[in-house]
Ligand binder design. Structure first.
Ligand code: HEC
Length: 148
């Protein structure tokens, strides 16, 4: 009985490897309109690129283990949900009111250490933000809030 369950489990793991989710890759490595409009310096851009763009832009960097299911499925879910809330490729096209609200929300998420997602940090350790990184990012986004 135990042996059968084990074989069943192993077979399932093998079969699901063939079900690969669609990739979030446009080839555009950086969200150019974001850079042109909001002029982040290199440090800000690198932090966002390391910690946020995988789920909040049109281009994800996929490490090898995202080819392993169900890790790839989880990642695809996070990207779908993440892009619905915030897409750095589209920020520049939003109205001032909506941009301001995104900037506030970004600052809050960073301040409260809700982003990047914990499950992501677990495998992408270099995406963690230290206190100085957080401060830098929050100052950047606060400075972009337009009060007119
Ligand atoms: C592993 C994928 C992933 C990464 C990396 C990630 N996010 Fe998210 N983000 C999500 C998902 C999924 C949601 C929507 C569900 C939620 O709020 O948990 C979200 C939601 C958000 C929201 C909207 C929250 C709200 O409720 O208004 C903001 C703002 C945000 N993320 C900012 C960031 C920033 C800034 C970074 C980088 C420091 C980042 N995220 C990194 C997946 C991610």
């Amino acid at each position: 009985m135990v042996k059968r369950i084990l074989i069943g489990f192993v077979l399932t793991i093998i079969v699901i490897q063939f079900i690969q989710p669609a990739r979030n890759s446009t080839g555009q490595v950086v969200p150019q309109s974001f850079i042109d409009t909001f002029l982040p310096n290199d440090t800000v851009l690198n932090l966002l690129s390391n910690s946020c763009f995988d789920c909040h832009s049109n281009n994800t960097k996929y490490p090898w283990y995202t080819n392993v299911q169900p890790i790839g499925w989880l990642m695809a879910n996070h990207i779908n949900d993440g892009k619905k809330e915030l897409n750095f490729n589209e920020l520049a096209a939003l109205s001032t009111r909506r941009r301001n609200s995104k900037f506030k929300s970004i600052s809050q998420q960073i301040e409260q250490a809700k982003m990047p997602l914990k499950s992501y940090l677990f495998i992408h350790r270099n995406a963690a933000l230290n206190e100085a990184d957080k401060k830098l990012l929050i100052n950047f986004f606060q400075s972009k809030i337009n009060n007119n």
